[in-house]
Design a protein around this ligand. Structure first.
Ligand SMILES: Nc1ncnc2c1ncn2[C@@H]1O[C@H](COP(=O)(O)OP(=O)(O)OP(=O)(O)O)[C@@H](O)[C@H]1O
Ligand SMILES: [Mg+2]
Length: 137
């Protein structure tokens, strides 16, 4: 997980949107911690479950969202300000705010195998497609 986060940290660009899916405890926040670490962010990255959004100001700012509690609420214009900003936006439980998402984003689905290993599936269109092909796993 950390290796992938490190590789991905070298491919980020302003406006990058990473959408994370996976059951409770799958490792969405863990992956975001590693990504932030390799982006050079020194602050401790904690789960934004209760705050929905945490902002880490940096060369490339990191906006970390957990929108689990927003299911069925509809478009969230406050969050959209960050989703369409020039930072890197990571969204846990992104299916809950589907109408607020841009057309293209990198989606990462984390599942846990019977032997407790993480399996990661990446999908994306446009520029994200090229990034996925450039990752050698
Ligand atoms: N290979 C691994 N990758 C990620 N997490 C792992 C791995 N092995 C064990 N873990 C543990 O699994 C847990 C993952 O929790 P984490 O908070 O990242 O999940 P989450 O997907 O963000 O859950 P939530 O939906 O509650 O936000 C952590 O306790 C972490 O230490
Ligand atoms: Mg989490």
């Amino acid at each position: 997980m950390e290796e992938l986060a490190k590789d991905l940290s070298n491919k980020l660009f302003p406006g990058f949107v990473l959408c994370l899916e996976g059951d409770l405890g799958a490792g969405k926040t863990t992956f975001t911690k590693y990504l932030g670490k390799h982006m050079g962010i020194k602050d401790t990255i904690n789960s934004p479950t209760f705050t929905i959004l945490k902002i880490y100001e940096h060369t490339l700012p990191l906006y970390h969202m957990d929108v689990y509690r927003l299911q069925g609420i509809g478009a969230d214009y406050d969050l959209e300000e960050y989703i369409y900003d020039d930072g890197v936006c990571v969204i846990e439980w992104y299916h809950h705010i589907e109408e607020s998402l841009p057309e293209a984003f990198l989606s990462m689905t984390i599942t846990i195998d019977e032997d407790n290993k993480r399996r990661i599936m990446l999908e994306g269109s446009d520029q994200y497609e090229a990034i996925i092909s450039s990752l050698n796993y």
